[in-house]
Design a protein around this ligand. Sequence first.
Ligand SMILES: Nc1ncnc2c1ncn2[C@@H]1O[C@H](COP(=O)(O)OP(=O)(O)OP(=O)(O)O)[C@@H](O)[C@H]1O
Ligand SMILES: [Mg+2]
Length: 365
Amino acid sequence: MESAILSSFRAGIVAVSMDGTIAYINPIGKRILSGCSLNAGENIHPRAGENIFFRVLSEAVALHYLPTRVEVELPGRDGDRQYLGFTLSEFKEGEKRVGICAFFKDLTQVEMAEENEDLNRRLLLLGQMAAGLAHEIRNPMASIGVHCSLLKHHLSQNEKLLSSVTMIAREIEKVEYIIRECLNFVRPAELGVRNIQVDKLVAGILERFISLNPVMEFTMRKQEGVLLESEADAGLLEQAINNIISNAVDVCEKKGKVEISLGISRHFSELMRLGRNVDPIVHGHSGKEAEFIRITIRDHGPGIPVEIQDKIFVPFFTTKKTGTGLGLPIAQKIIHAHGGVLDLKSVPGKGTDFIIKIPVRQTSG
Ligand SMILES: Nc1ncnc2c1ncn2[C@@H]1O[C@H](COP(=O)(O)OP(=O)(O)OP(=O)(O)O)[C@@H](O)[C@H]1O
Ligand SMILES: [Mg+2]
Protein backbone atom coordinates (compact mmCIF):
# COMPACT_ATOMS: atom_id res chain seq x y z
CA MET A 1 0.00 0.00 0.00
CA GLU A 2 2.74 2.43 1.06
CA SER A 3 4.76 1.78 -2.06
CA ALA A 4 1.66 2.16 -4.25
CA ILE A 5 1.03 5.60 -2.74
CA LEU A 6 4.65 6.65 -3.26
CA SER A 7 4.70 5.40 -6.85
CA SER A 8 1.55 7.25 -7.77
CA PHE A 9 2.49 10.50 -6.01
CA ARG A 10 2.33 13.29 -8.59
CA ALA A 11 5.62 14.89 -7.55
CA GLY A 12 9.11 13.45 -7.77
CA ILE A 13 10.46 12.06 -4.51
CA VAL A 14 14.07 11.22 -3.87
CA ALA A 15 15.47 10.08 -0.52
CA VAL A 16 19.19 10.29 0.20
CA SER A 17 20.74 8.56 3.19
CA MET A 18 23.47 10.19 5.26
CA ASP A 19 26.33 8.61 3.27
CA GLY A 20 24.87 10.00 0.03
CA THR A 21 23.27 6.77 -1.24
CA ILE A 22 19.99 7.21 -3.10
CA ALA A 23 17.70 5.19 -0.86
CA TYR A 24 14.60 5.72 -2.97
CA ILE A 25 13.40 7.51 -6.07
CA ASN A 26 9.81 7.21 -7.27
CA PRO A 27 8.91 6.60 -10.95
CA ILE A 28 7.74 10.18 -11.60
CA GLY A 29 11.00 11.46 -10.08
CA LYS A 30 12.94 9.32 -12.54
CA ARG A 31 10.83 10.62 -15.38
CA ILE A 32 11.35 14.28 -14.40
CA LEU A 33 15.10 13.66 -14.21
CA SER A 34 15.21 11.61 -17.40
CA GLY A 35 17.77 14.02 -18.85
CA CYS A 36 20.29 13.05 -16.14
CA SER A 37 19.05 9.60 -15.00
CA LEU A 38 19.28 8.96 -11.28
CA ASN A 39 18.79 5.50 -9.74
CA ALA A 40 18.34 4.02 -6.31
CA GLY A 41 21.56 2.48 -4.97
CA GLU A 42 23.97 4.96 -6.52
CA ASN A 43 25.76 7.66 -4.58
CA ILE A 44 24.93 11.32 -5.13
CA HIS A 45 28.30 12.77 -4.07
CA PRO A 46 30.30 11.91 -7.22
CA ARG A 47 27.48 13.38 -9.30
CA ALA A 48 27.29 16.69 -7.43
CA GLY A 49 29.10 18.52 -10.22
CA GLU A 50 26.53 17.56 -12.86
CA ASN A 51 23.87 20.09 -11.98
CA ILE A 52 22.66 22.30 -9.17
CA PHE A 53 19.92 19.91 -8.00
CA PHE A 54 22.41 17.08 -7.47
CA ARG A 55 24.75 19.50 -5.70
CA VAL A 56 22.01 20.57 -3.30
CA LEU A 57 21.12 16.90 -2.61
CA SER A 58 24.76 16.10 -1.98
CA GLU A 59 25.32 19.02 0.36
CA ALA A 60 21.93 18.90 2.09
CA VAL A 61 22.65 15.72 4.07
CA ALA A 62 25.15 17.72 6.13
CA LEU A 63 23.06 20.91 6.40
CA HIS A 64 21.44 21.87 9.65
CA TYR A 65 18.64 23.94 8.13
CA LEU A 66 17.21 22.53 4.92
CA PRO A 67 16.11 24.87 2.14
CA THR A 68 12.43 24.78 1.21
CA ARG A 69 10.63 26.07 -1.88
CA VAL A 70 13.64 26.40 -4.12
CA GLU A 71 13.60 26.78 -7.89
CA VAL A 72 16.58 25.80 -10.01
CA GLU A 73 17.37 25.63 -13.68
CA LEU A 74 18.93 22.50 -15.14
CA PRO A 75 20.30 21.92 -18.61
CA GLY A 76 17.69 19.72 -20.34
CA ARG A 77 17.58 17.63 -23.50
CA ASP A 78 18.63 19.06 -26.88
CA GLY A 79 20.00 22.23 -25.34
CA ASP A 80 16.72 23.15 -23.65
CA ARG A 81 16.36 24.35 -20.12
CA GLN A 82 14.43 22.54 -17.42
CA TYR A 83 13.09 24.21 -14.29
CA LEU A 84 12.68 22.27 -11.07
CA GLY A 85 10.89 23.40 -7.96
CA PHE A 86 11.68 21.45 -4.81
CA THR A 87 11.46 21.32 -1.10
CA LEU A 88 13.72 19.38 1.27
CA SER A 89 12.93 17.70 4.53
CA GLU A 90 14.81 15.36 6.78
CA PHE A 91 13.72 11.88 7.68
CA LYS A 92 14.49 10.54 11.10
CA GLU A 93 14.58 7.35 13.08
CA GLY A 94 13.66 8.46 16.56
CA GLU A 95 15.61 11.67 17.11
CA LYS A 96 18.40 10.82 14.71
CA ARG A 97 18.49 12.11 11.15
CA VAL A 98 19.04 9.18 8.81
CA GLY A 99 18.70 11.04 5.58
CA ILE A 100 16.98 13.78 3.61
CA CYS A 101 14.12 13.73 1.21
CA ALA A 102 13.40 16.03 -1.72
CA PHE A 103 9.94 16.57 -3.20
CA PHE A 104 10.25 18.10 -6.63
CA LYS A 105 8.20 19.16 -9.64
CA ASP A 106 9.01 20.00 -13.21
CA LEU A 107 8.10 23.68 -13.58
CA THR A 108 9.39 24.03 -17.12
CA GLN A 109 5.99 24.51 -18.72
CA VAL A 110 4.89 27.02 -16.09
CA GLU A 111 8.13 29.02 -16.30
CA MET A 112 8.18 29.06 -20.07
CA ALA A 113 4.51 30.01 -20.38
CA GLU A 114 5.06 32.91 -17.96
CA GLU A 115 8.16 34.08 -19.81
CA ASN A 116 6.29 33.92 -23.06
CA GLU A 117 3.24 35.73 -21.77
CA ASP A 118 5.39 38.52 -20.42
CA LEU A 119 7.27 38.88 -23.69
CA ASN A 120 4.03 38.87 -25.68
CA ARG A 121 2.59 41.63 -23.52
CA ARG A 122 5.65 43.78 -24.02
CA LEU A 123 5.73 43.07 -27.74
CA LEU A 124 2.11 44.03 -28.12
CA LEU A 125 2.72 47.42 -26.52
CA LEU A 126 5.88 47.93 -28.47
CA GLY A 127 4.12 46.89 -31.65
CA GLN A 128 1.37 49.45 -31.23
CA MET A 129 3.91 52.15 -30.53
CA ALA A 130 6.13 51.16 -33.44
CA ALA A 131 3.25 51.04 -35.90
CA GLY A 132 2.18 54.55 -34.87
CA LEU A 133 5.71 55.90 -35.09
CA ALA A 134 6.41 54.22 -38.41
CA HIS A 135 3.27 55.74 -39.89
CA GLU A 136 4.23 59.24 -38.73
CA ILE A 137 7.82 58.95 -39.95
CA ARG A 138 7.02 57.42 -43.31
CA ASN A 139 5.39 60.49 -44.90
CA PRO A 140 8.09 63.07 -44.09
CA MET A 141 10.73 60.53 -45.17
CA ALA A 142 9.03 60.01 -48.51
CA SER A 143 8.89 63.77 -48.96
CA ILE A 144 12.62 64.18 -48.18
CA GLY A 145 13.31 61.38 -50.70
CA VAL A 146 11.40 63.20 -53.46
CA HIS A 147 13.25 66.46 -52.76
CA CYS A 148 16.59 64.64 -52.85
CA SER A 149 15.80 63.35 -56.34
CA LEU A 150 14.88 66.87 -57.48
CA LEU A 151 18.07 68.30 -56.01
CA LYS A 152 20.16 65.63 -57.72
CA HIS A 153 18.95 66.86 -61.12
CA HIS A 154 20.01 70.42 -60.33
CA LEU A 155 23.35 69.46 -58.86
CA SER A 156 24.74 67.34 -61.65
CA GLN A 157 27.58 69.89 -62.11
CA ASN A 158 28.54 70.09 -58.44
CA GLU A 159 30.24 66.86 -57.41
CA LYS A 160 30.60 67.64 -53.71
CA LEU A 161 26.98 68.60 -53.19
CA LEU A 162 25.83 65.73 -55.37
CA SER A 163 27.70 63.27 -53.18
CA SER A 164 26.12 64.77 -50.05
CA VAL A 165 22.63 64.48 -51.49
CA THR A 166 23.34 60.90 -52.59
CA MET A 167 24.41 60.13 -49.03
CA ILE A 168 21.16 61.63 -47.68
CA ALA A 169 19.18 59.51 -50.14
CA ARG A 170 21.04 56.36 -48.99
CA GLU A 171 20.34 57.11 -45.35
CA ILE A 172 16.65 57.61 -46.18
CA GLU A 173 16.60 54.19 -47.81
CA LYS A 174 17.99 52.77 -44.59
CA VAL A 175 15.29 54.43 -42.51
CA GLU A 176 12.67 53.13 -44.94
CA TYR A 177 14.12 49.64 -44.63
CA ILE A 178 13.90 49.81 -40.84
CA ILE A 179 10.32 51.05 -40.98
CA ARG A 180 9.35 48.30 -43.42
CA GLU A 181 10.97 45.57 -41.31
CA CYS A 182 9.46 47.04 -38.20
CA LEU A 183 5.95 47.01 -39.68
CA ASN A 184 6.53 43.46 -40.94
CA PHE A 185 7.47 42.47 -37.45
CA VAL A 186 4.41 44.07 -35.92
CA ARG A 187 1.91 42.59 -38.36
CA PRO A 188 0.81 39.01 -37.76
CA ALA A 189 2.72 36.63 -40.03
CA GLU A 190 0.63 35.27 -42.86
CA LEU A 191 2.03 31.99 -43.99
CA GLY A 192 1.74 30.70 -47.53
CA VAL A 193 2.56 27.11 -46.62
CA ARG A 194 3.51 24.36 -48.97
CA ASN A 195 5.36 21.12 -48.63
CA ILE A 196 9.09 21.83 -48.57
CA GLN A 197 12.23 19.81 -48.09
CA VAL A 198 14.09 21.67 -45.39
CA ASP A 199 17.53 20.24 -46.23
CA LYS A 200 17.21 21.47 -49.81
CA LEU A 201 16.14 24.90 -48.62
CA VAL A 202 19.13 25.11 -46.26
CA ALA A 203 21.53 23.90 -48.98
CA GLY A 204 20.29 26.70 -51.26
CA ILE A 205 20.77 29.30 -48.53
CA LEU A 206 24.29 28.04 -47.83
CA GLU A 207 25.27 28.26 -51.48
CA ARG A 208 24.60 31.99 -51.36
CA PHE A 209 26.54 32.46 -48.15
CA ILE A 210 29.47 30.48 -49.60
CA SER A 211 29.63 32.67 -52.69
CA LEU A 212 29.43 35.87 -50.63
CA ASN A 213 32.01 34.76 -48.04
CA PRO A 214 34.65 32.76 -49.87
CA VAL A 215 37.11 32.87 -46.96
CA MET A 216 34.69 31.22 -44.56
CA GLU A 217 33.90 27.57 -44.18
CA PHE A 218 30.28 26.43 -44.16
CA THR A 219 29.41 22.82 -43.47
CA MET A 220 26.09 21.01 -43.54
CA ARG A 221 25.44 17.64 -41.91
CA LYS A 222 22.18 15.73 -42.15
CA GLN A 223 20.99 12.91 -39.92
CA GLU A 224 20.98 9.73 -41.99
CA GLY A 225 17.80 8.07 -43.16
CA VAL A 226 15.29 10.73 -42.22
CA LEU A 227 12.96 12.77 -44.37
CA LEU A 228 13.04 16.46 -43.50
CA GLU A 229 9.71 17.57 -44.91
CA SER A 230 7.65 20.34 -43.43
CA GLU A 231 4.60 22.42 -44.30
CA ALA A 232 6.22 25.81 -44.32
CA ASP A 233 6.41 29.19 -45.95
CA ALA A 234 9.69 28.76 -47.82
CA GLY A 235 10.36 32.49 -48.22
CA LEU A 236 9.79 33.32 -44.57
CA LEU A 237 11.66 30.29 -43.27
CA GLU A 238 14.55 31.24 -45.51
CA GLN A 239 14.50 34.74 -44.04
CA ALA A 240 14.63 33.33 -40.50
CA ILE A 241 17.55 31.00 -41.28
CA ASN A 242 19.33 33.78 -43.18
CA ASN A 243 19.10 36.14 -40.21
CA ILE A 244 20.63 33.56 -37.90
CA ILE A 245 23.42 32.57 -40.27
CA SER A 246 24.17 36.27 -40.92
CA ASN A 247 24.73 36.75 -37.20
CA ALA A 248 27.05 33.75 -37.15
CA VAL A 249 28.99 35.22 -40.08
CA ASP A 250 29.19 38.58 -38.28
CA VAL A 251 30.64 37.10 -35.09
CA CYS A 252 33.22 35.11 -37.04
CA GLU A 253 34.24 38.45 -38.55
CA LYS A 254 33.79 36.94 -41.98
CA LYS A 255 36.37 34.21 -41.41
CA GLY A 256 36.04 30.96 -39.51
CA LYS A 257 33.52 28.18 -39.64
CA VAL A 258 29.73 27.91 -39.44
CA GLU A 259 28.33 24.40 -39.01
CA ILE A 260 24.74 23.49 -39.75
CA SER A 261 23.25 20.19 -38.73
CA LEU A 262 19.80 18.91 -39.56
CA GLY A 263 17.84 16.13 -37.97
CA ILE A 264 14.67 15.04 -36.25
CA SER A 265 13.92 15.84 -32.64
CA ARG A 266 11.06 14.58 -30.51
CA HIS A 267 9.77 17.10 -28.10
CA PHE A 268 6.28 17.79 -27.01
CA SER A 269 6.89 19.97 -23.98
CA GLU A 270 7.93 22.83 -26.21
CA LEU A 271 4.50 23.10 -27.75
CA MET A 272 2.96 22.95 -24.31
CA ARG A 273 5.30 25.55 -22.96
CA LEU A 274 4.34 28.06 -25.57
CA GLY A 275 0.67 27.40 -24.90
CA ARG A 276 -0.15 28.60 -28.38
CA ASN A 277 -2.45 27.40 -31.07
CA VAL A 278 -1.63 30.05 -33.60
CA ASP A 279 -0.72 27.59 -36.20
CA PRO A 280 -3.10 25.29 -38.06
CA ILE A 281 -0.36 22.68 -38.38
CA VAL A 282 -0.14 22.32 -34.64
CA HIS A 283 -3.80 22.90 -33.92
CA GLY A 284 -5.54 19.74 -32.80
CA HIS A 285 -2.27 18.14 -31.84
CA SER A 286 -2.62 14.55 -30.66
CA GLY A 287 -0.94 15.22 -27.32
CA LYS A 288 1.78 12.67 -28.02
CA GLU A 289 5.41 13.59 -28.42
CA ALA A 290 5.69 15.50 -31.66
CA GLU A 291 8.38 15.21 -34.25
CA PHE A 292 10.29 18.34 -35.09
CA ILE A 293 12.80 19.14 -37.74
CA ARG A 294 15.83 20.47 -35.95
CA ILE A 295 18.22 22.90 -37.62
CA THR A 296 21.25 23.76 -35.52
CA ILE A 297 23.41 26.67 -36.61
CA ARG A 298 26.74 26.63 -34.79
CA ASP A 299 29.43 29.28 -34.78
CA HIS A 300 32.74 29.43 -32.94
CA GLY A 301 32.46 33.11 -32.11
CA PRO A 302 32.68 34.75 -28.69
CA GLY A 303 29.35 33.38 -27.45
CA ILE A 304 26.50 35.42 -25.98
CA PRO A 305 26.95 36.59 -22.38
CA VAL A 306 24.26 35.11 -20.12
CA GLU A 307 23.12 38.58 -19.05
CA ILE A 308 22.12 39.55 -22.60
CA GLN A 309 20.65 36.20 -23.67
CA ASP A 310 17.17 37.37 -22.63
CA LYS A 311 17.51 40.62 -24.53
CA ILE A 312 18.62 39.47 -27.95
CA PHE A 313 15.05 38.61 -28.99
CA VAL A 314 13.75 42.04 -28.02
CA PRO A 315 13.27 44.25 -31.10
CA PHE A 316 16.03 46.84 -31.66
CA PHE A 317 18.44 45.26 -29.19
CA THR A 318 21.81 45.24 -30.90
CA THR A 319 25.46 45.31 -29.91
CA LYS A 320 26.59 46.15 -33.44
CA LYS A 321 27.45 49.59 -34.76
CA THR A 322 25.27 49.21 -37.83
CA GLY A 323 22.78 46.59 -36.63
CA THR A 324 19.06 47.24 -36.42
CA GLY A 325 18.41 44.55 -33.83
CA LEU A 326 15.52 43.08 -35.79
CA GLY A 327 17.18 39.94 -37.19
CA LEU A 328 16.49 37.61 -34.28
CA PRO A 329 13.03 38.93 -33.28
CA ILE A 330 11.89 38.47 -36.89
CA ALA A 331 13.42 34.98 -37.05
CA GLN A 332 11.71 34.04 -33.81
CA LYS A 333 8.36 35.39 -34.95
CA ILE A 334 8.54 33.41 -38.20
CA ILE A 335 9.48 30.20 -36.40
CA HIS A 336 6.70 30.63 -33.83
CA ALA A 337 4.21 31.21 -36.65
CA HIS A 338 5.23 27.79 -37.98
CA GLY A 339 4.42 26.23 -34.60
CA GLY A 340 8.10 25.93 -33.86
CA VAL A 341 10.61 27.20 -31.35
CA LEU A 342 13.94 28.97 -31.48
CA ASP A 343 16.39 28.16 -28.73
CA LEU A 344 19.98 28.92 -28.10
CA LYS A 345 22.88 27.38 -26.30
CA SER A 346 25.91 29.56 -25.92
CA VAL A 347 29.21 29.02 -24.18
CA PRO A 348 31.11 32.27 -23.66
CA GLY A 349 34.47 32.07 -25.37
CA LYS A 350 33.50 28.95 -27.35
CA GLY A 351 30.56 29.82 -29.57
CA THR A 352 26.83 29.64 -29.99
CA ASP A 353 24.23 27.17 -31.23
CA PHE A 354 20.91 28.53 -32.45
CA ILE A 355 18.42 25.68 -32.61
CA ILE A 356 15.35 25.99 -34.82
CA LYS A 357 12.62 23.40 -34.44
CA ILE A 358 9.58 23.25 -36.68
CA PRO A 359 6.99 20.46 -36.83
CA VAL A 360 7.51 17.78 -39.45
CA ARG A 361 4.79 17.37 -42.04
CA GLN A 362 1.88 15.34 -40.70
CA THR A 363 1.45 12.66 -43.35
CA SER A 364 -1.88 11.45 -41.97
CA GLY A 365 -3.41 14.81 -42.89
N1 LIG B 1 25.76 34.02 -33.10
C1 LIG B 1 25.87 35.05 -32.25
N2 LIG B 1 26.95 35.17 -31.45
C2 LIG B 1 27.06 36.21 -30.58
N3 LIG B 1 26.13 37.18 -30.44
C3 LIG B 1 25.04 37.10 -31.21
C4 LIG B 1 24.84 36.05 -32.15
N4 LIG B 1 23.65 36.23 -32.76
C5 LIG B 1 23.12 37.36 -32.24
N5 LIG B 1 23.95 37.89 -31.31
C6 LIG B 1 23.70 39.10 -30.51
O1 LIG B 1 22.31 39.40 -30.58
C7 LIG B 1 22.12 40.75 -31.02
C8 LIG B 1 20.82 40.86 -31.77
O2 LIG B 1 20.87 40.14 -32.99
P1 LIG B 1 19.90 40.53 -34.19
O3 LIG B 1 20.16 39.65 -35.34
O4 LIG B 1 18.51 40.61 -33.66
O5 LIG B 1 20.32 42.02 -34.51
P2 LIG B 1 21.68 42.54 -35.19
O6 LIG B 1 22.41 41.40 -35.82
O7 LIG B 1 22.41 43.32 -34.15
O8 LIG B 1 21.13 43.53 -36.28
P3 LIG B 1 20.34 43.12 -37.65
O9 LIG B 1 18.99 43.71 -37.50
O10 LIG B 1 21.16 43.72 -38.70
O11 LIG B 1 20.27 41.64 -37.71
C9 LIG B 1 23.37 41.06 -31.83
O12 LIG B 1 23.62 42.46 -31.90
C10 LIG B 1 24.45 40.31 -31.04
O13 LIG B 1 24.85 41.06 -29.91
MG1 LIG C 1 21.40 40.09 -37.10
